[in-house]
Design a protein around this ligand. Structure first.
Ligand code: ARG
Length: 269
């Protein structure tokens, strides 16, 4: 019998999570996160994923790297390969050696992109079926996305992002299965919208208010969807097509421009 492996995720406890700089429109140094509440929200997400049958690997937090909690940006993982991010902003570049070391220690085949290409991992590169959907402009560059697609011999669909509030692809697009995804159309240019419509048969549109609650930044485990609170319409639509939804408060992380999906990196398919 073929027993499917449990989903595995990489997470980083928020011990040093703070708003220390401003590199996206959500971040404002005058609006700091509450430390105790950040830890409580992170722990609730962690235990929810465990309850749903996941295994969680933890990377140790590092003082001075407040955004290390957003492990979706560590790398793009494909089979046993980890394509380590090259962050656009110097504020996050100190995370690269930390993530590199973790992947090396855990026996991944670690791959560094050419130096002149910025790329922010699973934040901007998501598989839907066998195709790699890749967001660019704010953080990742199209050359980097093409370079990776060539290395793994996959088709890539580059999607130009247009709204700085939705600066990573995973803030406005979330594959559910091979033919379905959630998305926020206004975050994409018209070519990207047309490409998504042409490639993905079932697209669920998120409305602006819920997109602003990072509805698209959801973690999907089979028929389970884990997302921030405040997205009741999307939850209702998902339930109507057979998904179970699990809302968990993540407002502290929204202050840095992240939510459920950004706080996790799926390590197996
Ligand atoms: N403050 C972080 C940044 O601006 C948030 C990253 C959110 N991650 C994500 N995968 N969308 O880089």
């Amino acid at each position: 019998m073929n027993i499917p492996a449990s989903p595995r995720f990489l997470m980083c406890p928020p011990d040093f999570f703070k708003i220390e700089y401003e590199i996206n429109p959500w971040m404002n140094k005058d609006v700091q996160n509450d430390r105790a509440n950040s830890i409580a929200q992170w722990k609730s997400l962690h235990s929810l994923l465990k309850q749903l049958g996941s295994e969680i690997e933890e990377i140790s937090p590092v003082a001075g790297l407040p955004d290390l909690v957003f492990t979706a940006n560590a790398a793009l993982v494909y089979e046993n390969r980890a394509f380590i991010s090259r962050f656009r902003h110097s504020a996050r570049q100190g995370e690269e050696p930390v993530f590199t070391e973790w992947f090396e220690k855990h026996d991944w085949n670690v791959i560094r992109l050419p130096e002149d290409m910025s790329f922010e991992g699973a934040g901007d590169a998501l598989f839907c079926g066998d195709t790699l959907f890749a967001g660019y402009i704010f953080r990742s560059e199209v050359q980097a996305l093409n370079w990776i697609a060539e290395q793994i011999d996959k088709r890539v669909i580059p999607l130009q992002l247009t709204n700085e509030q939705f600066y990573h692809l995973d803030t406005c697009f979330c594959p559910l299965n091979n033919e379905s995804a959630i998305y926020y159309p206004a975050a994409f240019d018209s070519y990207a919208q047309a490409a998504l419509q042409a490639q993905i048969p079932n697209l669920i549109e998120v409305e602006p208010a819920e997109a602003g609650r990072f509805a698209c930044n959801a973690v999907v485990i089979d028929k389970q969807v884990i997302l921030n609170t405040g997205c009741p319409k999307l939850e209702e639509r998902l339930r109507a097509i057979g998904y179970q939804t699990h809302a968990t408060p993540l407002d502290e992380f929204l202050k840095a421009g992240g939510s459920a999906k950004c706080l996790t990196l799926r390590l197996n398919a």
